[in-house]
Design a protein around this ligand. Structure first.
Ligand SMILES: [Zn+2]
Ligand SMILES: [Zn+2]
Length: 141
């Protein structure tokens, strides 16, 4: 299985993940919006065992942003890299932190019910008011 690397903005934290994302989508929840400072995030879900920090673990900071999500970011440059989902054993990798494109592209818009009013979705991907049914965690990614 191919591996994809990723890093934070300053480059001190690097990770490696198998190119085997189980699901992917654009998240429009208010937590992703605040964490990223953008309209939302593109994420891919993968079992935690297929993801590893390869450099700079000591610079990684964890923040429990909700009961189901631990947000992981570089304490030096602030890049949010991924979220841990303890309840499901999944990791939600921020596609923006990847160094190359994954095979599984975003397939849907999630948490559209809490989308920013100033952002307009202009593609034809399916939209879900919360998380797509059957695609895993109940809470914001
Ligand atoms: Zn950094
Ligand atoms: Zn989200």
């Amino acid at each position: 299985m191919d591996m994809i690397s990723g890093s934070c903005l300053c480059g001190r934290v690097e990770f490696s993940v198998q190119d085997a994302f189980v699901y992917s989508g654009y998240c429009h929840c208010s937590l992703c919006r605040k964490a990223s400072g953008a309209s939302g995030t593109a994420i891919g879900g993968i079992p935690k065992a297929l993801f590893s920090i390869t450099k700079g673990e000591q610079h990684l900071k964890r923040f429990s942003r909700s009961k189901d999500t631990v947000s992981c970011f570089c304490r030096l440059c602030g890049s949010t890299l991924y979220g841990e989902k303890p309840a499901t054993g999944m990791v939600h990798v921020r596609y923006g932190a990847l160094n190359s494109s994954p095979t599984r592209l975003p397939q849907a818009h999630m948490h559209v019910a809490s989308k920013a009013d100033w952002y307009e979705i202009s593609d034809t991907l399916p939209q879900f008011s919360e998380f797509p049914p059957g695609a895993a965690p109940p809470d914001p990614v």
